[in-house]
Design a protein around this ligand. Structure first.
Ligand code: SF4
Length: 325
């Protein structure tokens, strides 16, 4: 029986500490306690994107001060993948700023994905809207994950982007899941949405035929020059509630803290781990653009160690797999 928004709200509005304890219980029942999954994200094509997502400094519609670049070469990408592996990442994700890839770009990326797999890394791509047949091609190349976030609720989506719709995003998610590729999907908090919008986004995720294997939680970094440049910083307790609710709703999924982690101090990050985060993007100079510089891999690893969190591969993190694999 699928969960209603009201049932999700009941979890979200639990007394705060009850919610956090419940989220930790869920995490420990399904994953190796004190483990963390590390993924490195590389932006392989920055800026000049024709879409108008209001949070994004890579859109051509906004005068953000980024330094765009074209598609990185295969050797540059594989070199970064090697570094990610040396740093301890077990997943390597490629993101590109465009509406969606051409079939030619899918061919080039398929070749790169199979080389990333040969390095022993899980592969992930975030390539925007897919056309028919493209997901199947990526699957044949061995792609493990496709990232495509809902970002926000269906109702709020029109306030965030108008060059594509919420339904367009759902159509790409369907293509990914129909091709049997694991889905990485979540949203961005702090884009002027209401509590109802946040819960509705989780509800849409919970309605998918298969839950996302990774749920990505991003905290908005207001980018200069974008329509959301003056949005206030999100209240961390609200973010922790949302993270804990996602953890309970998706007990077997990695819940990943992605965008905005660089703007949190270590105590704030520890609260996110306490609420149920068990995966982060780490180990690159910045997440997608210069506005989102990440801590160095070394400093992240030192901090994780101080919390007693051990980086583990996806399979080693999952308790069920510990017993069955
Ligand atoms: S979020 Fe992606 S699709 Fe939207 S403007 Fe930025 S790069 Fe383009």
């Amino acid at each position: 029986m699928s969960m209603t928004i009201e049932a999700i709200r009941k979890i979200y509005t639990l007394p705060f500490f009850e919610l956090i304890v419940e989220a930790q219980k869920t995490l420990r029942e399904n994953f190796t306690p004190n483990s963390i999954h590390l993924s490195t994200l590389l932006n392989i094509k920055m800026g000049t994107c024709p879409e108008n997502c209001g949070y994004c400094s890579q859109s051509v519609h906004y005068a953000s001060n980024i330094d765009p670049y074209k598609f990185l070469s295969k050797s540059e990408i594989l070199e970064k993948a090697q570094t990610a592996k040396q740093n301890g990442a077990t997943r390597f994700c490629l993101a590109a700023a465009w509406r969606g890839p051409t079939n030619g770009q899918i061919d080039v990326l398929s070749d790169i994905i199979s080389d990333i797999k040969k390095m022993g890394l899980d592969s992930c791509v975030s390539l925007g809207l897919l056309k028919s047949g493209q997901a199947e091609k990526l699957k044949s190349a061995g792609l493990d994950y496709y990232n495509h976030n809902l970002n926000t609720s269906k109702d709020h989506y029109k306030n965030i982007a108008t060059t594509h719709t919420f339904e367009d995003r759902l159509a790409t998610i369907k293509k990914v899941q129909d091709a049997n590729i694991n889905l990485c999907c979540g949203g961005i908090l702090g884009m002027g949405e209401t509590e109802d919008d946040r819960l509705s986004m989780l509800h849409t995720l919970a309605q998918l035929p298969t839950p996302p294997k990774s749920v990505s939680i991003n905290l908005l970094t207001p980018m200069p020059g974008t329509p959301l440049e003056n949005e206030p910083k999100i209240n961390l307790l609200e973010a922790a509630r949302l993270i804990a609710t996602a953890r309970i709703l998706f007990p077997n999924s990695f819940v990943r803290l992605s965008g905005g982690r660089d703007k949190l101090n270590q105590t704030e990050q520890a609260w996110c781990y306490m609420a149920g985060i068990n995966s982060i993007h780490f180990g690159s100079e910045y997440l997608l653009t210069e506005y989102t510089a990440l801590p160095s891999a070394e400093s992240d690893l030192t901090f994780l160690k101080s919390l007693g969190l051990t980086p583990l591969s996806e399979k080693a993190c999952q308790k069920r797999c510990e017993k069955e694999c």
